[in-house]
Design a protein around this ligand. Structure first.
Ligand code: NAD
Length: 333
């Protein structure tokens, strides 16, 4: 049994990670800035602390006396959020920097940093038929403005804390992650959850239209949360000290993603394309040669299977909101 800190435990991926680590018998301390009643999942078997990890003293308080740290805390969201909140995204640099300083000073054995495919050079993502981004494609650097630069800087900080101070650090570059117990409305949601919500709302309101950001031809890959959690743990306990892609290589267009959700819901909607909405890069996919080579594994849960579980969970959330009246005004707008 190890004593493990999960930063960002109130969020989507952090919440799932706490559940897994607790189930594996570890003593877990989850930390998040959000009040406890806003955490997606709260494990009664974990210590749950509400702290702003941008502040250095709070990072020392969070990690002192523990063995390992997983840093999943960041002020982030989907394209709609990161394109309009670049300064807020960059301020997450304080979280990783102070967590690394505290980890070094408090004798932490291993440190995991959640990076992102947004570190990749934008010029390698102009074609919807993206052959897959290799780890080397992050340099020469031309990351997503704001959020991507913060992630790239965070990766370099991990590398130099390893080289200069001997702190073992592990970095995964997540490609879009989706699944239950995540954000599905409010402006920070990502495409899979947003599409599920829009299709379900169309079913509830009878307005058979769906608004798609961009022309729908842009491509992405989406990794189901169970693959993400397995990958995080395998990378953390590997001996690989360079950043690794952690993503699915099942590329799909946004139109293709909508097809999948419509099929699950059993409805067809009229598509309206909002060409002025944030749409991100033109094509992105995960190239998985390195993770296969080092770990003998890559994320493989089919998109259709994961989307069905995600759809069912969001459908239940919206039904609960509707029943408790919270959603009625929203849906009748
Ligand atoms: P999330 O927003 O659900 O979780 C992040 C959590 O960090 C939130 O609960 C938030 O309250 C917390 N946080 C923010 N500022 C904080 C602060 N100052 N102190 C303490 N906690 C703070 O996001 P997620 O999807 O779970 O993402 C987890 C990590 O993975 C993030 O670093 C994110 O950048 C990275 N990532 C996620 C995806 C994805 O598709 N979900 C893709 C690439 C990278």
């Amino acid at each position: 049994m190890k004593k493990i800190v999960v930063a960002g435990a109130g969020g989507f991926i952090g919440g799932h990670l706490v559940q897994k680590l607790v189930k594996d018998g570890h003593h877990v301390r989850g930390v998040d800035i959000k009040p406890l009643n806003e955490w997606y999942q709260v494990s009664e078997k974990a210590e749950n602390l509400v702290l702003d990890l941008k502040l250095k003293d709070n990072c020392y308080q969070a990690v002192n006396g523990f063995n390992e740290v997983f840093n999943l805390a960041a002020d982030m969201g989907g394209m709609g959020f990161i394109e309009k909140n670049k300064a807020a995204c960059m301020l997450s640099v304080l979280i990783n920097t102070h967590l690394l300083m505290a980890s070094k000073d408090c004798g932490i054995d291993r440190f995991f940093y959640a990076s992102s495919a947004c570190v990749y050079n934008a010029t390698k993502q102009t074609d919807p038929a993206n052959p897959g981004l290799r780890e080397a494609d992050a340099y020469p650097a031309m990351a997503e403005d704001g959020y991507g630069w913060e992630k790239l800087f965070g990766e370099r900080m991990c590398r130099h804390f390893s080289e200069d101070f001997g702190l073992i650090t592990r970095v995964a570059r997540f490609h879009n992650v989706y699944g239950p117990y995540g954000t599905y409305d409010g402006g920070r949601e990502k495409a899979p959850a947003a599409m599920c919500r829009k299709v379900i709302e169309a079913g509830i309101t009878g307005n058979r239209e769906i608004v798609i950001w961009g022309d729908g031809l842009q491509t992405r890959s989406f990794m189901y949360i169970d693959d993400c959690i397995k990958g995080i743990i395998d990378i953390m306990y590997s001996n690989i000290d360079e950043p690794l892609n952690l993503g699915s290589s099942e590329m799909v267009s946004i139109n293709g993603l909508v097809d999948i959700v419509e099929e699950i819901a059993g409805i067809k909607l009229e598509r309206k394309y909002d060409l002025d909405a944030p749409k991100g890069v033109r094509g992105r996919n995960s190239e998985n040669t390195l993770i296969r080579k080092y770990l003998g594994w890559e994320p493989s849960i089919p998109l259709k299977k994961g989307m069905r579980k995600t759809y069912e969970w969001i459908n239940q959330q919206l039904a609960d909101e509707n029943r408790t009246n919270k959603g009625i005004n929203k849906f009748n707008k």
